[in-house]
Design a protein around this ligand. Structure first.
Ligand code: NOJ
Length: 584
């Protein structure tokens, strides 16, 4: 059984992600003009979350792998961005089959990343700077090197046996389950010591935990308390929509894997488990929570985050990021998706807004235009979109520099396990390798994982050793040091637009309204709150374009523009982004 690489990559994206946090100063403030649930201030709604991929951010000890001390050394840079929360990808002990998403000890730090002391310094350094910390919670599966699994696989009578899903071989072959990362896409792995199969939706080294076992849930809640007591400010629940399973493992229809979220997502009792988690942990700390994935419908997404249900704070849905593929995408589709999601959450429930993360290729290469002429304006335009929509922005490290796809052409340069497995799978089945290589050049998540480009020195200033993955050769010109000194750089634009969002609650809580809906080139919308009204105009094309908004721009006050010389008369330059105050 297999699906094509495009669907496979989409699948990885769907599995994915996200969360948030910030300053708790406005915790109880209520914006009076609007009495809906969504007008109620919360720090996690006002947060601007900056996602750090620790392996690729900054290496302090020269082993070629980013680490906690590296992040600590860059805290002033992070603070200078103006963001107020960081989401850190997993830093726990791990054999790194999936770069930390395979955890072997939930209460320890991965050796390559440092020590618990480093972690304590990191969190206190962040808090001193007013930055909250959101951590990944990866509990759909553990590593096969976790002690629980070692015990579980050792005998059928072991007390940890039911921590995982087993199918005894004398029952015959288990019903087919699709694995996203397995070389054959087969999610049951035969394990000879006990003559049984175990389930792994991801790789063979990521066995799925059995959430139906109350002991497993208690273990997870204890782990969460451990980190909450250390002072973290939030949890991003990895692949969480998949945790609940019908353990009778009924047969699914042939080809179900093409739409596997429908079969794997929001399983029986998921909401009970979340409710229990809320009751046991989330409600007892000032932490935010967001699950990766939002089910199959708006109803599913609402059920996860409607505040009266007491489950999670925020939904992280993939419809938006899934729009772009190597053939491009249509702006009309993009507008339709983001508008649909906004209206479904207009009064109740809260969304995450993002165009990239560690499971995606670079934002500017997928949604913008990474050619030398347009990389800068298109990257800033996309940043403007993220920072002016309703929902909590999640912004991926390096996008503030306009970092673009490395686009490796040799398989030896790739590091991503599912990509390497799929390459081998394609070879095994005689697939079209050239086509596969072309596809991953554009869409592989390694594109978003190349080292952060700090300066023009060796290895972009990321490491004095050999980086675990190659640096994008464009680092000589695209790097933080160069952009620091250029008032018009992507970096300095990012700081300006972050400040604009922080200074204007209308950009956080304001009602969103789409204008000129059928315009295929320009995305135009307003945000309105308590007498304030902002107009956002975004040209998504490499040609001059205009929007028919019916708004007289002569009376409007321009707040920000991604070009040093702004357009006048309503015609936008290629990828121009303008935000106006049109309050009367
Ligand atoms: C989603 C994570 O974002 C991704 O990086 C990881 O590979 C899978 N979950 C499995 O944990």
């Amino acid at each position: 059984m297999r699906i094509n690489i495009f669907k496979f990559i989409i699948a990885i994206i769907i599995i994915a992600f996200a969360f948030s946090s910030c300053q708790s100063t406005n915790q109880d403030k209520t914006i009076k003009a609007d009495s809906s649930e969504n007008s109620r201030s919360k720090w996690w709604k006002e947060a601007i979350v900056y996602q750090i991929y620790p392996r690729s951010f900054k290496d302090a000890n020269g082993d070629g792998i980013g680490d906690l001390k590296g992040i600590i050394s860059k805290l002033d840079y992070i603070k200078s961005l103006g963001i107020n929360a960081v989401w850190l990808n997993p830093i726990y002990s791990s054999p790194n089959d999936d770069n930390g998403y395979d955890i072997s000890d939930y209460r320890n730090i991965m050796k390559e990343f440092g020590t618990m002391q480093d972690f304590d310094s990191l969190i206190s350094g962040m808090h001193q700077r007013g930055i909250k910390l959101v951590m990944d919670l990866v509990v759909n599966h553990s590593s096969d090197e976790h002690d629980w699994f070692k015990q579980s696989r050792s005998s059928r009578a072991n007390p940890y046996r039911n921590y995982y899903h087993w199918w005894d071989a004398e029952r015959g072959k288990p019903p087919y389950r699709y694995s996203l990362f397995d070389i054959n896409h087969y999610a049951w792995k035969y394990d000879s010591p006990t003559n049984a199969y175990y389930l792994h939706y991801f790789s063979r080294k990521q066995p799925d935990l059995n959430w139906e076992n109350p002991k497993v849930r208690q273990e997870v809640f204890d782990i969460m308390k451990f980190w909450a007591n250390k002072g973290i400010d939030g949890f991003r629940l990895d692949a969480f929509q998949f945790v609940a399973k019908d353990t009778t493992f009924p047969a699914f229809p042939n080809g179900f894997e093409k739409d596997f979220v429908k079969y794997y997502g929001i399983g029986p009792h998921l909401h009970d488990y979340l409710h229990e988690m809320n009751n046991e942990v989330l409600s007892k700390y000032d932490v935010m929570s967001v699950a990766e994935g939002a089910g199959n419908s708006f109803a599913d997404a609402h059920d996860l985050v409607d505040s009266n249900r007491k489950e999670l704070n925020m939904a992280y849905a993939f419809d938006g990021v899934d729009i772009a593929n190597s053939k491009g995408y249509s702006l009309l589709h993009f507008k339709e998706v983001f508008t649909r999601w906004d209206s479904a959450f207009a009064d109740n429930g809260w969304l995450s807004i993002f165009l990239a993360n560690h499971d995606q290729a670079r934002m500017v290469s997928r949604f913008g235009n990474d050619s030398p002429a347009f990389r800068e304006p298109s990257s800033k335009m996309l940043t403007t979109f993220i920072m002016t929509m309703r929902g909590t922005p999640y912004y991926y490290n390096g996008d503030e520099l306009g970092m673009s796809n490395a686009g490796f052409t040799k398989i030896e340069d790739y590091r991503d396990m599912p990509t390497l497995n799929e390459y081998q799978h394609q070879k095994n089945i005689g697939g079209d390798i050239q086509k596969f290589m072309k596809e991953i050049q554009f869409s592989c998540r390694d594109n978003g994982r190349t080292p952060f480009q700090w300066d023009s020195s060796t290895n972009a200033g990321f490491s004095t050793g050999t980086p675990w993955i190659k640096v994008n050769p464009n680092y000589k010109t695209i790097n933080a040091a160069a952009e620091e000194n250029d008032v018009n750089s992507c970096l300095n634009y990012f700081r300006k637009i972050v400040k604009l969002r922080k200074d204007n609650p209308v950009l956080v809580y304001g009602k969103y309204e789409l204008l000129d809906k059928t315009n295929p080139n320009v995305y135009a919308y307003t945000r309105t709150l308590a007498g304030k009204k902002f107009l956002v105009l975004l040209n998504f094309t490499s040609k001059s374009s205009s929007a028919n908004t019916g708004i007289d721009l002569n009376k409007a006050r321009l707040l920000i523009d991604n070009y040093a010389e702004s357009s006048t008369g309503g015609m936008l330059k290629p990828y121009e982004a303008m935000v106006y105050d049109i309050s009367l």
